[in-house]
Design a protein around this ligand. Structure first.
Ligand SMILES: [Zn+2]
Ligand SMILES: [Zn+2]
Length: 143
């Protein structure tokens, strides 16, 4: 999952506390306390209540300055299938489509969308390189 580590420190978009680090799809950057109260979201497509958990080494990328990506990564059933099939092209298309469905931007141009897709693709690529071991079901429940 992404964490904000850049400067200046952000205020939590929910409670206003300074030094918020957790990136949450819907609320932007929020503090750890508020983050714990939110329903978990898929780190790939932002759908709520993902079912799978992946271990991954921490990484940073110049594609997203001010952020680092830390353990662990959560995935919904759909994104999990793409990851297990090693279909990162499918994963990228699906997560971008979901993102736009939930965050419509009438001003987005084809060029901006392509740039965003490149950034997200690079993050997925680094996840692929840095993930450790196999995935597990969250809470250990059987599918
Ligand atoms: Zn807060
Ligand atoms: Zn997902």
């Amino acid at each position: 999952m992404p964490q904000f580590i850049g400067k200046p420190p952000y205020r939590c978009s929910l409670c206003g506390q300074l030094g918020a680090r957790e990136a949450h799809g819907e609320h932007g950057i929020i503090c750890e306390e508020c983050y714990k109260k939110q329903a978990p979201i898929c780190d790939f497509c932002s759908v709520v209540n993902p079912t799978w958990e992946y271990d991954c080494n921490t990484f940073v990328t110049k594609e997203m300055e001010g952020y680092r990506f830390v353990n662990e990564w959560l995935a919904c059933d759909v994104c999990h299938e793409f990851i297990e099939d090693d279909d990162y092209n499918g994963l990228l298309k699906f997560s971008m489509a979901e993102y736009r469905r939930n965050h419509p931007n009438p001003k987005a141009t084809d060029r901006l969308e392509r740039l965003l897709m490149e950034k997200v693709g690079e993050i997925h690529n680094l996840f692929r390189k840095n993930r450790i071991g196999s995935c597990k079901l969250i809470g250990g429940q059987v599918k």
